[in-house]
Design a protein around this ligand. Structure first.
Ligand code: FMN
Length: 195
């Protein structure tokens, strides 16, 4: 792939057209497509440390294994008993919402600034994946929440002390049309400081 041939208007079009796709089809895209998407992640910028992230690609029963942890660790303490089973079933199915879920794991560091920058780089890697997924005709969804911080999930993914999950990127063929999105005008968020 020759990045030099990318036209400026192509990249702007892709950046604007990408949307979080919350519902995927069950049939799995080819693994090679997923590998190209994860490869795109690895071209993200990083500081100091070389490539401070790694990826675990969950599919098939691998998703179910994490789903079991999600169900087992759900906090039911404030919920009435009659809803426990329903909540657990929902948690159990969380990683099955797409044929692939890529865990983006940021390297840790004893230096808090380095750890923060590793995490920032992992976020950039995640965005690369979402853009690449769009370019491949796949839907992508960045999720975090409780499960990204659940110690048993981290252990199941082989994460070592200090490593953090920057994203679970859900990937699959879109089952819904992308939402229409808007962004506030640039003037609301950016200003020039030129004197
Ligand atoms: C750090 C981060 C964490 C996110 N975690 C979740 C999540 O746990 N659940 C969720 O539904 N969406 C999550 N999202 C996706 C956002 O909801 C989504 O990107 C946002 O609504 C904007 O929509 P768009 O991606 O279509 O532009 C997350 C996004 C980011 C950047």
């Amino acid at each position: 792939m020759d990045g030099m041939t990318t036209r400026t208007d192509d990249i702007h079009r892709v950046i604007r057209a990408r949307r979080s796709i919350g519902k995927m089809r069950e049939d799995a895209p080819p693994r090679e497509t997923v590998e190209r998407i994860v490869e795109a992640a690895t071209w993200a910028p990083f500081h100091k440390c070389h490539e401070p992230w790694r990826f675990v690609i969950l599919c098939g029963e691998g998703r179910a294994r994490l789903g079991e942890i999600a169900a087992r660790t759900a906090d039911l303490s404030r919920l009435p008993v009659e809803v426990h089973e329903r909540v657990q079933a929902k948690e159990r199915g969380k990683f099955a919402r797409a044929p692939y879920v890529v865990a983006v794991i940021a390297e840790g560091s004893e230096n808090p600034i380095d750890a923060e920058e590793n995490y920032a780089s992992a976020a950039a890697a995640t965005q690369n994946m979402l853009l690449a997924a769009y370019a491949e005709g796949l839907g992508g969804y960045w999720r975090t929440g409780r499960l990204a911080r659940q110690p048993e999930i981290l252990t199941a993914l082989g994460a070592s002390t200090g490593e953090r999950i920057a994203a679970f990127v859900y990937l699959g063929y879109p089952a819904i049309a992308p939402a229409v999105a808007t962004r506030s005008p640039l003037a609301v968020k950016a200003r020039w400081l030129d004197a």
